[in-house]
Design a protein around this ligand. Structure first.
Ligand code: ATR
Length: 284
């Protein structure tokens, strides 16, 4: 349910291509209704070659801010006035805030992930982490984990990207990251295993390759940022091996709540968070 549009209604939204599958409008509008905030959250299809014009439009139309998703996350920074330190370091922006025409970029993916682990009652500090993937999501998560004194072992199909990510994270948190071969086993002493690749995501066919993890022996916690399907083959295997598991729905909601918190300049409380969870739970 959304509030009626009034003469004072302000606009937030999400830019990307495609955006038609995005759960963010449902999720944010549900939170706005609970919070009684007279804003509306709208999806916009924005192609990369319109990124600069779209940023200008935020100023021209006095939008509160926007989320940006694929393929804009890595391309929007040059057009903003400021970029938050962590977002600049990982080279990815998912949230823009407009302060009277001055635009600042943030990344809330890492914060959303960590907050979800905390809400699950899982530890987040000084862990040995095995991270599958080295794309945009992996960058945000590896950085957030290294920031919490975790050691992150990165395995990626394209080894060069794993090397690049380890190098990036080690630049800011020396010695925090190493690389493991794709297809190898996770090995001993892994507390947390995280899949950030798209392997296992709907509508991938059933005979898509399995994620190589060896096995889950000794692994306590297993997280998959995929939430559609609700339980990937990877997560099912982990659960059957006795691990605590979670899909990425909680991260999706919490990165959204963190963005809303930036726009509203206050933390999002449990009631709005519950409304966001309910809004997305029925749609995956
Ligand atoms: P995102 O921003 O969602 O992380 P991305 O930057 O495109 O998306 O990264 C996708 C990740 O999934 C990468 O780690 C990619 O591996 P490569 O770097 O080798 O491309 C991984 N990935 C996608 N399809 C894969 C597949 N069929 N097998 C293994 N890894 C795959």
């Amino acid at each position: 349910m959304t509030l009626p549009i009034s003469g004072r209604t302000r606009v937030i939204g999400v830019w990307g291509s495609p955006v038609s599958h995005s759960l963010s409008p449902r999720m944010h509008n549900a939170a706005l209704a609970v919070l009684g905030v007279d804003w509306v959250y709208v999806p916009y299809t924005v192609q990369p070659d319109h990124a600069e014009a779209a940023v200008q439009a935020v100023r021209a139309l006095d939008l509160v801010g926007v989320n940006v998703t694929v393929p804009l996350k890595e391309r929007i920074a040059p057009y903003l006035d400021h970029v938050d330190e962590a977002a600049a370091r990982i080279g990815s922006i998912n949230t823009i805030k407009n302060d009277g025409g001055v635009l600042t970029g943030y990344s809330t993916d890492g914060a959303g992930f960590i907050r979800d682990l905390q809400d699950l009652g899982w530890p987040t500090e000084r862990l040995n982490v095995y991270l599958l993937g080295a794309g945009g999501s992996a960058r945000a998560l590896a950085y957030a984990l290294a920031e919490r004194d975790c050691h992150v072992v990165i395995a990626n199909r394209t080894a060069a990207r794993a090397e690049e990510l380890a190098e990036l994270v080690n630049r800011y948190f020396p010695g925090s990251s190493t690389v493991a071969p794709w297809g190898g086993t996770a090995g001993a002493k892994i507390d947390l295993m995280v899949n950030t690749t798209s392997l296992g995501m709907t509508p991938q066919v059933d005979d898509a390759p399995e994620l190589p993890t060896g096995n889950f022996t000794g692994v306590r916690y297993v997280y998959d940022i995929i939430y559609n399907p609700e339980e990937t083959r990877f997560l099912r295997g982990a659960r059957e091996a006795g691990c605590s598991t979670s899909n990425g729905l909680g991260m999706l909601v919490r990165q959204g709540a963190a963005a809303l918190g930036i726009w509203l300049e206050r933390p999002i409380g449990p009631e709005a968070l519950a409304a966001m969870e309910l809004a997305v739970a029925s749609r995956t």
